[in-house]
Ligand binder design. Structure first.
Ligand code: ATP
Ligand SMILES: Nc1ccn([C@@H]2O[C@H](COP(=O)(O)O)[C@@H](O)[C@H]2O)c(=O)n1
Length: 223
């Protein structure tokens, strides 16, 4: 790794990892890496190619041709697979519903972990905020700043429902709960590992949460 300061952020679905990490990176003038986007983009690619997402061998076969790119400028967030800008497409319920099946394949996790480390090594900014589920424990366990960003499940469900106003709150909540349950069988992002600082945003608004994350960064990395 370079001298880049890595801020590792993990947490359950809807805890604010993407939005809060992106805002914190922007305010620090640092880079931002959304690792969930890669799992989502691979899911999009698998669906596009008509591959059964639960067929691990077929998913593994697809990895060598998976041409993935993501920007790390928090002010300009884009995700590409080949020539396709999939920034919006990877957020659809169809993609979200298969991503946990893809993410539980060990070969997929190894492949994407190496890709994330390459991207982090290539950062030319002073720091990078990297968010996902296994960043504090697997991808960057030695990061100088490691945060578990969490919030009560009911609060996370309400925040996600507010984003998806045309879907029923009950359906959105159930999908979030199901995805967390499936993902938690693969990595533990509900409990802070040793040395990881918990930021609980249940009673914080968005700006207060970004501020709380930046305070952890400033204290741990002396910036
Ligand atoms: N502290 C907060 N107060 C109010 N709303 C918040 C707060 N933190 C995040 N949000 C909002 O909650 C929603 C979910 O946040 P976000 O998409 O960043 O979560 P996430 O952890 O990345 O979710 P996922 O893992 O499902 O992608 C967004 O609309 C975001 O603006
Ligand atoms: N480090 C990570 C990041 C994500 N995943 C899987 O991707 C899904 C989508 O992630 P979002 O953060 O965009 O919601 C998530 O549900 C996990 O299945 C992962 O395994 N590890």
């Amino acid at each position: 790794m370079t001298d880049t300061i890595v801020v590792a952020v993990d947490g359950p679905a809807g805890s604010g990892k993407s939005s809060v990490s992106k805002a914190a990176a922007g305010r620090l003038g640092w880079a931002y890496l959304d690792t969930g986007a890669a799992y989502r983009a691979l899911s999009w690619y698998v669906v596009e190619r008509g591959i059964d997402a639960t067929d691990a061998a077929a998913v593994i076969d697809a990895l060598p041709d998976f041409d993935y790119r993501i920007g790390t400028d928090p002010a300009s967030y884009h995700v590409f697979v080949g020539d396709h800008d999939v920034t919006e497409a990877i957020r659809t319920p169809e993609v979200t519903s298969v991503v946990s099946a893809i993410a539980r394949v060990p070969e997929v996790r190894t492949f994407l972990t190496e890709l994330f480390r390459d991207i982090i090594r290539g950062t030319d900014r002073d720091g990078i905020v990297v968010e996902g589920r296994d960043i504090t424990t697997v991808v960057c366990p030695d990061a100088p700043v490691r945060i578990l960003l969490t919030a009560d499940e009911a609060v996370r469900m309400a925040r996600r429902s507010a984003e998806l106003a045309d879907h029923s709150a009950a359906h959105v909540g159930e999908a979030l709960r199901r995805r967390d349950a499936a993902d938690a069988r693969v990595v533990d992002f509900m409990n802070a590992a040793d040395g990881v600082t918990t930021v609980d945003s249940t009673d914080l608004d968005f700006d207060q949460t970004v501020h709380a994350v930046i305070q952890v960064v400033q204290k741990a990395a002396h910036v």
